[in-house]
Design a protein around this ligand. Structure first.
Ligand code: ADP
Ligand code: MG
Length: 547
């Protein structure tokens, strides 16, 4: 309306029917309207940006808390892991959706109603015909959104492959092996193949959308032409003023672009987002680990009674019908071939996983009933797949127990057990040395990293310690030394060691021999050798290396 007024005054001035003051006044009104518009826009953007980060932060926190409450075994299930990624995406889209949704009601809808009313008041037929121009645009945008959503579904798995092949060629973890073993051509071929599939999918979708868009454009152009004719006609018949003519002309193109904006940014992204928002909600509704008995455990025996366990999407038992007791203060070794169920068994003993059949009790309490806090409070572990934290030596060690006071001699102690020699040529800044090339520090060899993981395991206060092939990257001589130290300091603690070197298993009180998920034998080294079964077979096979 301000525009119309300004144009009208300008037209009058041109025919010398008005004063310069009047036109300046309408010009100022128009300027003021623009200014208010821009200020509101700026405020909107500012609120959006700050609110967006805050809301996203809160929602991430919900995801993290949920992850902490999930059953650990869910992380072995690729479908459920996918849910986590989808939830992250849903989180981002939920915020966008909320903004899109509110802006429809606070901005677009009032704008349209107002424009509609303005056009209608000028000439009723005008308002109706303009709507017709937009229908083809709306249809095109909706079809476009559908086609691209389908494209996204189809290309997501291909893109995952394609990203993976690329990382096999250029990724830091892969490139040495890829180069030495000449895998470049192999991966490159796979990479190009999946790229080709992606491009074909994209080409087909784009072609379809463009053809549809082109045909719809014809309608739009015709619609435009008709409205223009009507406008011109109304002007000639002096139904509307020159100012109104100009203002309508301008607002049609603006409405047109807003319409495109709503549909392409708003509705189509809203339609796409609804799906991913469901993922976020579904994730928050996943079953949780329910056990909640929070207490201070008097440390005692761990008792396994006919324990069986299968991994998600697997039909065979990883552990089958296992029964034995780990007495308080006892050290046992678990031995057996790769895949015989050793790592799974300790995850059941420590309560990380819960048995499908049978039960595990700690000091008389079923692991199913205890809260995770209670369960893990007494336990420390050095896992087979331990983590290499890109932090300082000190952080790498003390991360396992953040609630205690310690000093340099505490660190010296655990480093001595693990055989870490803090020599100044490697650890230039002592315990403050950064263990990461990316963050400007040093990198360590596999064996050195493993020793860091061992110190971390020992740093944590515990009644039970688990070492799962924790010395595999350390030479046998050093391994023996570490285990001797270990035996000395773990005298009154329960301990489980998993090792492939049967010579080291000898330090334990008893040895559990696993085979195909089952406990095949239990006994001392001498008893098992006497029995002359699986353990003897494994032991004699290794003895040959050493003699
Ligand atoms: P070990 O530690 O003795 O080498 P594991 O306990 O790691 O053996 O594995 C026991 C069995 O469980 C193996 O057959 C292995 O293939 C299977 N397994 C281990 N981890 C998973 C998993 N995340 N999903 C499915 N099967 C698994
Ligand atoms: Mg293992």
């Amino acid at each position: 309306m301000m525009q119309q007024r300004f144009f009208d005054q300008a037209a009058l001035l041109a025919s010398k029917n008005t004063s310069l003051n009047k036109i300046l006044f309408s010009f100022m009104l128009l300027g003021l309207a623009y200014l208010v518009c821009n200020v509101l826009n700026g405020a909107d953007n500012f609120i959006r940006d700050t609110a967006e980060n805050k809301i996203k932060g809160k929602m991430s926190l919900e995801i993290h808390k949920k992850v902490a409450r999930l059953n650990l075994i869910d992380f072995e299930d690729t479908n459920k892991l996918d849910n986590l990624n989808k939830a992250e995406q849903g989180k981002n889209n939920l915020v966008l959706f909320a903004f899109d949704f509110t802006s429809i009601f606070t901005f677009y809808l009032p704008y349209f109603l107002f424009m509609g009313w303005y056009l209608f008041s000028l000439k009723p037929t005008l308002a109706v015909s303009i709507v017709f121009i937009f229908i083809p645009t709306a249809a095109t945008q909706i079809i476009r959104a559908k086609v691209f959503a389908k494209l996204e579904d189809k290309s997501a798995p291909v893109r995952r492959e394609y990203d993976y092949y690329e990382s096999c060629i250029v990724g830091r973890e892969y490139y040495k092996e890829t180069r030495l073993l000449g895998g470049f051509d192999f991966f490159n071929k796979l990479y190009l193949e999946s790229l080709d599939i992606l491009q074909k999918l994209k080409y087909k979708a784009t072609l379809r959308v463009n053809l549809i868009e082109l045909s719809m454009q014809i309608f739009t152009v015709i619609g435009y032409f008709v409205v223009l004719l009507m406008l011109f006609n109304a002007l000639m018949n002096q139904d509307i003023s020159i100012g109104a003519f100009a203002a309508v002309f301008e607002s049609i193109s603006r409405l047109y672009s807003i319409m495109r904006e709503i549909i392409s940014d708003g509705i189509s992204s809203m339609a796409k987002n609804v799906g991913t928002i469901e993922n976020y909600i579904n994730f928050l509704e996943l079953d949780e680990r329910k056990s909640a008995l929070d207490l201070k455990l008097e440390w005692g025996d761990i008792f396994l009674e006919n324990v069986s366990f299968t991994y998600p999407n697997s039909e065979t038992y990883a552990v089958k019908n296992a029964s034995f007791t780990l007495k308080k203060g006892e050290t046992i070794a678990i031995v057996g071939e790769n895949g015989s169920g050793k790592s799974t068994l300790v995850r059941l003993i420590t309560g990380l996983y819960l048995p499908a059949i049978g039960r595990v009790t700690v000091s008389g309490y079923d692991t199913k009933d205890l809260s995770q806090k209670t369960l893990y409070e007494n336990t420390t572990a050095v896992f087979q797949k331990y983590q290499r934290y890109q932090m300082t030596v000190e952080d790498n060690i003390t991360i396992s127990e953040t609630n205690i006071e310690y000093n340099k001699s505490t660190l010296d102690n655990v480093c001595e057990i693990a055989g870490i020699n803090m020599d100044e040529s490697t650890f230039t800044e002592g315990y403050g040395t950064m263990l990461s090339r990316e963050f400007g520090g040093v990198d360590l060899s596999g064996g050195q990293w493993q020793r860091i993981a061992i110190s971390r395991g020992f740093f944590r206060e515990h009644n039970l310690i688990v070492l799962d092939e924790s010395t595999a990257a350390i030479d046998p001589y050093e391994e023996t030394r570490i285990y001797k130290q270990f035996a000395k300091i773990s005298k009154d603690k329960s301990a489980i060691i998993i090792t492939h070197r049967l010579g080291s298993a000898k330090i334990s009180d008893r040895i559990v021999v696993m085979k195909n998920g089952e406990v095949e034998e239990i006994g001392t080294h001498d008893e098992l050798l006497q029995a002359g079964k699986e353990y003897t077979r494994l032991y004699t096979a290794q003895e040959q290396w050493y003699s």
